[in-house]
Design a protein around this ligand. Sequence first.
Ligand SMILES: [Zn+2]
Length: 131
Amino acid sequence: MTTVDAKEQWLADWSQRYKKDTTRCTRCLYDEDTPAITFDADGVCNYCQMHDSLAWQPPDVDWELVEMVKKRLGLTDAQFEEHMTQPVKTYKDFKTHKRLFERLRPLFWLLSRADLIPRSFYLKYTSKKNI
Ligand SMILES: [Zn+2]
């Protein structure tokens, strides 16, 4: 059995394993059948501990690259600093067709049912919740 087959089988057996009375991580869904898993005294698995150890750290800045970009764009240090300190924008700050798609949700539902648009489009772009 190749590694890919083993992973697929592991995933396929998930629903059966989940019903068994097994030791599970207290933070995620991994159980004792997960390959190479260990649990600490609090029942947290080694994969959760690994995830925690990969906490966000500020990126290394290549200052030569920054200087090259500033030179290319013709920005002074003050202009560059102004750009870098502007408030962070999200998709909500830009004009989109989302409101129109939400109003046309029934149409997109029909199109989705007829396989004329992907179901993921219908779910994502016509939902009034922020998915
Ligand atoms: Zn875990």
